[in-house]
Design a protein around this ligand. Structure first.
Ligand code: ATP
Length: 278
């Protein structure tokens, strides 16, 4: 009888895999032939400048848009997600930059937004406030997030703290894959460090993380895999041990285009380009 268990040496199956995926908006090519893998306990970074196709990629993984070409696999099974709810049901949680929170509501209320536990029945049915308070505090602490007070309105937290709450929320509600849309884009150095710490905590909790960023320093600090996008096309795909921070930065900054520009600038400021001498 043959065993159905994979051999211990077989590479682990990806939680999410895009293989040669393309997406067109009418005649606009937003993504073409993009491939990436997201594994449990790993961080896959997607790097790209404005218009590179990062948002389009998120929308496909989050179930907002459908891909036009290639294959999208979840747990090895070819999939086309119907909508974001479908993605969530399959364990894919997405944290957008403009976090969908109600600023005047307390942290615990935002933590449970849309999934509020209740107690009592019939006309006595009401929100289980105590459970929400205690559970949210405990879930945040488990991730190492020690807020002064879960009763404070979430709008009074710093941008970094709000990102951390959103990450802890996804972990608490059992996400297997966490997609983070430029979580450090609007943050200073210190707050970015804190958020990256919780991104790593989500990875250590066994989630597969997709980190969208245009910052190679942040990516290289925590990433295991790197996919570079340029104008919708994959311009590089690396693992951590195959690329240095310097090389990642160079490729992100334009690589050969930058070298060409520097040669042109040198030529323009070189001796031949100076005013004619007689
Ligand atoms: P940014 O960092 O500026 O948000 P991005 O890397 O997220 O950029 P996308 O928003 O995915 O890039 O856009 C990729 C390309 O697809 C761009 O040329 C963009 O103009 C185009 N595009 C994105 N969404 C649409 C749409 N709904 N209709 C038409 N074109 C679109």
């Amino acid at each position: 009888m043959t065993s159905t268990h994979p051999s211990p040496d077989a590479p682990a199956r990806a939680l999410v895999e895009l293989d040669d995926v393309s997406k067109f908006y009418g005649s606009i090519k937003a993504l073409e032939h993009v491939s990436l893998e997201v594994h449990a306990g790993e961080i896959t970074c997607v790097l790209g400048d404005n218009g590179a196709g990062k948002s389009t990629l998120i929308k496909i993984i989050a179930g907002l848009h459908r891909h036009d070409g290639g294959t999208f696999l979840i747990d090895g099974e070819e999939t086309t997600l119907a909508n974001p709810r479908d993605a969530l049901d399959r364990g894919i949680a997405t944290v957008y930059q403009d976090l969908a929170v109600v600023p005047l509501m307390p942290v615990w209320r935002n933590f449970f937004l849309g999934s509020e536990p209740t107690k009592g029945t019939g006309p006595f049915k009401r929100l289980d406030v105590r459970l929400m308070r205690e559970t949210s505090r405990a879930a945040l602490l488990r991730m190492g997030i020690d807020l002064r007070d879960v009763d404070q309105p979430i709008g009074t937290l710093s941008g970094g703290e709000r990102q951390c709450v959103a990450i802890a929320r996804a972990v608490h509600f059992g996400a297997k894959v966490l997609v983070l849309d430029e979580p450090t884009a609007a943050l200073g150095v210190k707050q970015s460090g804190v958020v990256l710490k919780y991104v790593a905590a989500a990875r250590d909790a066994g989630l597969g993380v997709v980190l969208i960023t245009h910052n190679p320093h942040h990516a290289h600090l925590v990433g295991d895999r790197f996919v570079l996008l340029k104008r919708g096309v994959m311009s590089g795909s690396h693992t951590k041990d195959s690329i240095t921070l310097d090389e990642l930065t160079r490729q992100m900054a334009g690589g050969s285009e930058l070298d060409e520009l520097s040669h042109e600038l040198e030529r323009a400021t070189g001796p031949e380009s100076g005013p004619a001498q007689d």
